[in-house]
Design a protein around this ligand. Structure first.
Ligand code: GAL
Ligand code: CA
Length: 337
């Protein structure tokens, strides 16, 4: 009996020192995730910058793959908390599940930076004084993409294949419920209406994974559908899906104007080759940097923007929003690596 108690005590003491060990070593540890390592933008742009920028700041960042499962992320957060990380940097899988993560961070008294997917539950951000968001103004990408498309449409009367003055378009939406997908879907099309140009949606497809495979499958199916020959414009809410659509267009020997969002390296190459008409730079590098900057300051109990140029919005969203930039054939050289 005594022995068991002793063993239990030893276990408790060593667990406690393990839990606090990272804090005692003096090095700040950020417990982070990416909602899915299969995502072109999050895995290709944001993750490497989180890692390299954390290094320059002398902090440790542990990044796990949530594999598109919110339940998995919830467990990963529990593990980070048990390990005693100093701060959490979380890319939600489900934007409507922020409150669960916020509650965990609050109970553990650990600051939390949410990034890329903004919480959609009203009141979630206000429920904890140590949670902030780093991302973009979701609507802005759609506004910029829309203006770009309107301007090109006006310059290319031949794009109106049936000459009815209306844009017959198909849309690859991305993840339903994701604030970026929802806002881009509305704003890009609204730009045409605002310019007095009629639009007709021939098809819209959502894809929780924002994936190239889905873009390819859908575009291929649309091209052989009853409305296939009527399509005049392909709107993609991210480049990943656009890449798949471009492959499908090429395979079918069809050339259509096509636009994306993110400005991935491959999109710049497609623009250079005339296979894509435009994209919108989603500045993942600066989003990663802001995430690390805020996390480090929060872990040190400082004002989150201290020593940085980031601005936290005071309108209740507690968000740092990194600007989008339009990229077309006219300026893509500036974004070429
Ligand atoms: C968006 C981005 C998409 C995808 C998504 C994941 O901001 O444009 O390509 O990465 O985030 O949440
Ligand atoms: Ca038309």
């Amino acid at each position: 009996m005594k022995k068991t108690l002793l063993l239990a005590l030893v276990a408790m003491v060593s667990f406690a020192s393990f839990a606090n060990g990272q804090k005692e070593s003096g090095k700040i540890v950020i417990g982070a995730n990416i909602y899915s390592f299969a995502d072109n933008f999050m895995n290709g742009v944001v993750k490497p910058e989180l890692e390299s920028y954390a290094k320059t700041k002398g902090v440790e960042i542990q990044i796990v793959d949530s594999e598109g499962q919110q339940a998995k992320l919830n467990d990963q957060v529990d593990v980070f908390i048990t390990k005693g990380v100093n701060v959490l940097a979380i890319n939600l899988v489900d934007p409507a599940a922020a409150q669960t993560i916020i509650n965990k961070a609050r109970a553990a008294k650990i600051p939390l930076i949410l990034f890329n997917k903004e919480a959609t539950e009203p009141g979630a951000m206000a429920s904890y004084d140590k949670v902030w968001y780093v991302g973009t103004d979701s609507a802005e990408a759609g506004v910029i993409q829309g203006k770009m498309m309107v301007s090109d449409w006006k310059k290319n009367p031949a794009w109106d294949k049936n000459g009815d003055g209306t844009v017959q378009y198909v849309m690859l939406k991305g993840e339903p419920g994701h604030p970026d997908a929802e806002a881009r879907t509305v704003e890009s099309v609204k730009a045409f209406r605002d310019a007095g140009i009629n639009v007709e949606q021939l098809a819209l497809e959502a894809d929780p994974n924002w994936s190239t495979v889905h873009g390819n499958d859908k575009m291929a199916a649309w091209l052989t559908s009853s409305f296939g020959s009527k399509i005049e414009l392909v709107i993609c809410n991210n480049d990943g899906m656009a890449f798949g659509a471009i492959t499908a267009l090429k395979a079918a020997g069809v050339k259509l104007p096509i636009y994306g969002v993110d400005a991935l390296d491959q999109a710049i190459t497609h623009i250079a080759d005339g296979e894509m008409n435009g994209t919108v730079l989603n500045d993942g590098k600066n989003q990663a940097r802001a995430t690390v900057d805020l996390a480090v300051n929060a872990a040190m109990g400082k004002n989150v923007t201290e020593g940085t140029n980031w601005k936290v919005q005071t309108n209740g969203t507690k968000a740092v929003r990194v600007a989008y930039i339009g990229v077309t054939a006219a300026n893509y050289m500036e974004y070429k690596k």
